[in-house]
Every structure is written in structure tokens, then in C-alpha cells.
Design a protein around this ligand. Structure first.
Ligand code: AMP
Ligand code: MG
Length: 473
């Protein structure tokens, strides 16, 4: 029952695109009813994508559309399986969320509105179907931080506190509850295909693949070898995503195949962390004892997940073609990663010849000294000046640095600056500014924001942080 027909969110043109594929892919579910709805976050930056502006959308509109979900209409809990820490789990699926609706953005791409914390479904496996407020706050922050760092990511449209008490082993309990609306291109996962293979339904795999290509890879739809081209493009997108995580200093934490999107986007932020220092062995999830999803393992794991996908895709695409495409992963990854790190160092990969050398030396020093990963790039971008091109001894000269071969690093940096024509130095300065944020989302930053909320119900530090992450300050 729609209470207010004037609510702009109810008047969006929701398209039943996935629903029209037939009910092999989802179950219709109803949302929970919450005792309370307090809007804690609204992402005004996303509104124009749906033809809306912050002036016409009130807080109450958000609450009505995304906090009072019960009875609005039937929603779709998507069915999927997945490999969790390498073990196949056929009992997954949307256990605390559903597909709220699909909408064409003003950029002509189709977007999913998905919920998190909206109640139990047939896939809740005894779970409460809820999202803790802290979990919601952390996901909002991760998405905004990654977005500002240029990572292709889902983003949160709203976070509403819902007034329930939740019990969690990994959070101070009772914990506060929330419901989130997450926007991304698609909630179809690698695990969505894995489930169909498990059920021995190659017909449904092909049908889903046609849908995925049609909506998310339209540029290859016209080719007769489109299935193979799709996989080649997916390999490229995932390699790029892994490179983006690594350059951003981001450790996703739980790269199970049900958390891998078929569009190659990053999403689902649970126990993630931004690395404090460059340490490939850094582990984000407290339950990841073996370090399977450590920071430095993310490219390898992304590639392994792509390889797992061969099983379902082999029913449609010859294995030799899948293998041929996957073999390019490492090359793509290295290219993208070098390009992204060089940007954080101020350079365009294509303009310089010593890029690889500089990247290797930078990582060597960051690992050896264990100085702040974020801090190093910030210092570089803030300290940069034209004198660095004239005299290598002035590079980072006023900064106290722990012992390491800084001289060797400065020599390379100086040589590269001198390869560029003088008029390009302004471009280096701009590049450093654009690709290095002023604020990092390391654990202490998140905890400080959360403590203000938890102990004083003070949301201002959270809003200030969002503003900074969205580069508005
Ligand atoms: P995640 O770790 O968030 O990727 O979730 C893995 C699986 O567990 C998915 O099927 C989720 O829907 C489900 N799940 C996670 N938390 C809950 C919860 N509190 N209640 C029900 N299902 C959940
Ligand atoms: Mg998940």
C-alpha cells in the first residue's frame, strides 16, 4: 500500500527487468515492520542519477519509501550459492535483503536498489535478517571512500535506524538496528551462476547470461561469439577492480564468490579495512585465520573466483576460450595497478618511461619503513613543488622519514620529473591532488565516528567525515 503518491521515490519508473526473467531466480518476499524509523543518512549525491534533486526529496520521503517497507509491494529475494572461504555453500541467497526495484538512471544504465537489513527471507538460515547500525554506518563510509578514490562501487542511498535490539557476537550487544538501501548496477553474483550449475540447469545459465550481456555488456551483444567476449570483458573488469582496491589501500575482507558481482563492481562491505601501512599480509576479517582474503592476496583470489566461474560457464562457452581469457588476468592487473599507483605519485603512465621502476621502489620503501600508506601519498601531494625538478635533494627534504633508501627513490622521482617538459609540472601537481584524498578511512577514523554515535548519539562527526570523503571540504 503506497501511502503518499506524491513521494518522488514512489513515482520513479521501476522496471521489472529481473522479475520478467521468471521466478527461477528469486522468491517473492515481504519486508519486516520496524518499530521506529530515524533517517541517519541520505545520499543527495545519488539523487540526480534518478532525475531527482535534494530540494524535492524530503527526509520524510526517504523514511516512507525506504524505512516503511512492509506492504509497499512484494520484493524479490535473489537466489544464489557461493564458495565461502573455498567451501561450496548451497544455502545462501538474500538472507537479510532483497531487490527493492530496478530503475533506469539518467545515464541510461539500469540500476538496482537493494535493501540490507529488511527482514528474514527463505535464505536467512536462522539469522534475524537485520543489519546493525554500526554495520550500516561502516558500509556507507566504505562506499563513499572507495567512490572518491575512483573505485567502481555500489553506494548507499539511505540508512535508517529502525529501533530494534540486535544480538551479535562481534559487536557490543544489544546493538542498534538499521535498514539500508544500496544502489549498484546489479546484484547478480558469480554465485548466482554457481547455483544454476549446482542445480544442473544449463538452460537457465544461458538465459541469465543473455540477460547479463543484454543489460550490462550491451556493446558485445551483436557478436556471434558474445559469450566468450563477455567472459573476456569480465576478466578485464575484475582485474581492474582488484587493481583499484590495491591502489586505494583497501582490503575487502570477504571475497567469497557470492560477494563478486557479475558486472565487475565492488560491493558488500562487512569487515573491510583500509590498510594502515603497506603490508601484503594485512588481514581485515577477524575470522580469516589463514589470511585467505588478505590485502595482498586480492588479485590472486579475484582470479581464482573467475576460474571457479568456469564450471557454470563451460556449459555455454568452450573451456579453451575461458582459459585463454583468464590467462590475460595477470597482464591486465599489472597494467591497471601500475597506472593507478603512478597516478597517486602524480604521473600518467603513458607519459613516462620509468614507471615500473618508480612503482617497485615506492612499494619496497613503503613495506620496509611501514610508514602510513595514506600519509605517504598525502605528504607527497602536499609537499610537491617545482623545485623538486631542479634539485633532487629538495624532494621531501622537510619531512622526517625513517631510514630507507629515500635517496634512491628521490633520484628516480627526480629523473622522471626531468623527462617531462616544464609545462607538464602543473599537471603532475594536479594529478597528485586529484588522486590523493585528504582524509583516510583507517580503523581509528571509523571507530572515533562510531563512538560519538554509540556514546553520545552525536552524528556530526559522521556527517563531517562523509563531507570530507565526498571531497566537499
Ligand atoms: P555476507 O557475509 O553479508 O555476504 O552474507 C553471507 C550470507 O549470509 C548471505 O546469504 C546473507 O544474506 C546472509 N546473512 C548475513 N547476515 C544475516 C542475518 N543477520 N540474517 C540473515 N541472513 C544473513
Ligand atoms: Mg554478501
Amino acid at each position: 500500500m503506497i501511502e503518499n503518491p506524491d513521494n518522488p521515490f514512489f513515482n520513479l519508473n521501476y522496471e521489472p527487468v529481473l522479475e520478467n526473467l521468471g521466478d527461477d531466480y528469486y522468491d517473492q518476499v515481504a519486508a519486516a515492520e520496524f518499530p521506529q524509523q530515524i533517517l541517519r543518512f541520505r545520499n543527495n549525491e545519488l539523487l540526480p542519477l534518478f532525475g531527482l534533486s535534494s530540494e524535492v526529496v524530503s527526509d520524510n520521503h526517504f523514511i516512507e519509501a525506504f524505512g516503511k517497507l512492509k506492504g509497499v509491494r512484494p520484493f524479490l529475494a535473489l537466489r544464489y550459492h557461493g564458495y565461502q572461504f573455498g567451501q561450496y555453500n548451497p544455502l545462501l541467497g538474500d538472507g537479510r535483503g532483497f531487490l527493492y526495484g530496478q530503475i533506469q538512471g539518467t545515464d541510461n544504465h539500469l540500476y538496482d536498489f537493494g535493501t540490507k537489513g529488511s527482514g528474514q527471507t527463505p535464505y536467512s538460515r536462522g539469522g534475524d535478517g537485520r543489519l546493525t547500525l554500526k554495520g550500516g554506518v561502516r558500509e556507507v563510509l566504505a562506499a563513499e571512500a572507495l567512490h572518491s578514490l575512483g573505485v567502481r562501487t555500489s553506494r548507499c542511498l539511505s540508512l535508517i535506524e529502525t529501533g530494534e535490539k540486535l544480538w551479535r557476537s562481534d559487536e557490543q550487544s544489544p546493538a542498534r538496528s538499521s535498514v539500508m538501501i544500496r544502489v549498484n548496477r546489479s546484484h547478480i553474483r558469480f554465485g548466482t551462476f554457481e547455483r544454476l550449475y549446482y542445480l544442473k540447469r544449463p538452460d537457465l545459465i544461458q538465459k541469465l547470461l543473455d540477460h547479463v550481456i543484454d543489460i550490462y555488456y550491451p556493446e558485445i551483444g551483436k557478436y556471434s561469439d558474445r559469450y566468450s567476449l563477455f567472459y573476456g570483458e569480465l576478466v578485464k573488469r575484475v582485474a581492474k577492480l582488484a587493481a583499484q582496491w590495491m591502489a586505494a589501500g583497501f582490503c575487502h575482507g570477504v571475497l567469497n564468490t557470492d560477494n563478486m558481482s557479475i558486472t565487475g563492481e565492488s560491493f558488500d562491505y562487512g569487515p573491510y579495512a583500509f590498510i594502515p601501512t603497506y603490508n601484503p599480509k594485512f588481514v581485515a576479517a577477524y575470522f580469516d585465520d589463514g589470511g585467505r582474503y588478505s590485502y595482498g592476496n586480492q588479485a590472486f583470489i579475484s582470479r581464482s573466483n573467475l576460474e571457479m566461474l568456469h564450471l557454470p560457464l563451460m556449459t555455454v562457452i568452450p573451456l579453451s576460450e575461458l582459459e585463454e581469457s583468464l590467462a590475460k588476468f595477470d597482464y591486465y592487473y599489472r597494467q591497471f595497478y601500475q597506472e593507478l599507483i603512478l597516478r597517486r605519485l602524480g604521473f600518467d603512465n603513458f607519459m613516462i618511461t620509468e614507471g615500473q621502476n618508480l612503482v617497485e621502489k615506492t612499494l619496497e620503501i613503503l613495506q620496509e619503513t611501514q610508514i602510513s600508506y595514506f600519509g605517504f601519498f598525502k605528504t607527497l601531494s602536499q609537499g610537491f613543488n617545482y623545485g623538486w625538478r631542479e634539485n633532487s635533494l629538495t624532494i621531501l627534504e622537510n619531512i622526517t622519514l625513517p631510514p630507507a633508501d629515500w635517496q634512491g627513490w628521490c633520484m628516480i622521482y627526480h629523473r622522471i620529473l626531468n623527462q617531462l617538459p616544464i609545462e607538464m609540472i602543473k599537471t603532475v601537481e594536479n594529478c597528485l591532488q586529484v588522486h590523493n584524498p585528504k582524509i583516510s578511512l583507517v580503523k581509528e577514523t571509523i571507530e572515533t565516528v562510531w563512538e560519538a554515535i554509540a556514546y553520545r548519539d552525536d552524528w556530526q562527526p559522521f556527517y563531517n567525515l562523509i563531507k570530507k570523503l565526498q571531497l566537499k571540504e
